[in-house]
Design a binder for this molecule. Structure first.
Ligand code: ADP
Ligand code: UDP
Length: 239
């Protein structure tokens, strides 16, 4: 019998009979403001999972090490269990969100080079910004670990920016999480869906990500289904 280990804001993590394998259940739930705003959306879990599986499979095909094993059902995956680094790695290609509000800027300008920001994952503390020396001093990660993870973030950006462009979307910013497997390897974990990235339509700048929920712009599940079908079409063209 699987045992529920954790219920997060978007997913549940279940321990399977294999100590190194978790079952992830994507929930029909969206949250904003670090969980303070929360709503139910039928079909959202399946849509986010399908996008994340497609992106992880694409990254694996292009040599990125990840936790992904296989899909179990429309809302469930099996993944390798990791010791997670309590860090969020945010890469920004375009000014948006908190980067705009923090520095008093308008959204929309393409940054001359990607901006990289690390946050300490803690709902209680509202995910504060953390720099490399603090992460090392607090024993969260070593210099080599951080180099490795930021290297993977750059590779992921290099692979996904053109993929989303092919699907008619600008990859504005995104958040990644990493974990360590029992053999010591660092892998990309968690998910990649419009819950943790910003996607703007290349022609109209229409928002195609969780901002439609945060800013009450459009139906969340319909938006995620649109992103999924665009990505599927872009990949079909590649074959
Ligand atoms: P949150 O914790 O931010 O509310 P989720 O609802 O997405 O987010 O919950 C998923 C949790 O599982 C996150 O805390 C994430 O760090 C963790 N996680 C993701 N992938 C793995 C993995 N392979 N092994 C262990 N934990 C993981
Ligand atoms: N992000 C995330 N989880 C967080 C905070 C941010 O997935 O706890 C993602 C967010 O979806 C966006 C990027 O990281 O794609 C940058 O987010 P930002 O710092 O602008 O904060 P936000 O405005 O999204 O709260």
């Amino acid at each position: 019998m699987d045992k529920l280990l954790y219920t997060g804001k978007a997913k549940q993590m279940w321990q399977t009979d294999d100590p190194d394998v978790l079952r992830v259940v994507y929930m029909d739930q969206a949250t904003a403001l670090n969980g303070k705003k929360k709503d139910h959306f039928a079909g959202k879990g399946a849509a986010a999972k399908a996008i994340s599986d497609l992106v992880f499979n694409y990254l694996i095909e292009h040599g990125i090490p990840t936790h992904f094993i296989k899909q179990l059902s429309a809302t469930e995956d099996l993944v390798k269990k990791c010791q997670m680094f309590p860090l969020e790695f945010v890469t920004r290609n375009v000014i948006a969100g908190h980067f705009a509000s923090r520095y008093g800027l308008d959204e929309g300008k393409v940054l001359p080079e990607p901006v990289e920001e690390t946050f300490f994952k803690s709902d209680k503390l509202d995910d504060p910004f953390i720099n490399e020396s603090a992460a090392i001093a607090l024993g969260i990660a070593s210099h080599e670990d951080l180099e490795k993870m930021w290297g993977l973030c750059r590779e992921v950006n290099g692979l996904l920016k053109p993929l989303f462009e092919k699907a008619g979307m600008q990859l504005v910013d995104f958040k990644l999480e990493f974990g360590r497997l029992t053999n010591g390897d660092i892998v990309l974990a968690d998910e990649f869906s419009p819950d943790n990235c910003r996607l703007w339509d290349l022609k109209t700048d229409e928002h195609l990500d969780k901002d439609v929920y945060r800013r009450k712009l459009a139906d969340l599940t319909q938006t995620y289904d649109e992103v999924l079908s665009r990505l599927q079409n872009a990949l079909a063209e590649e074959d």
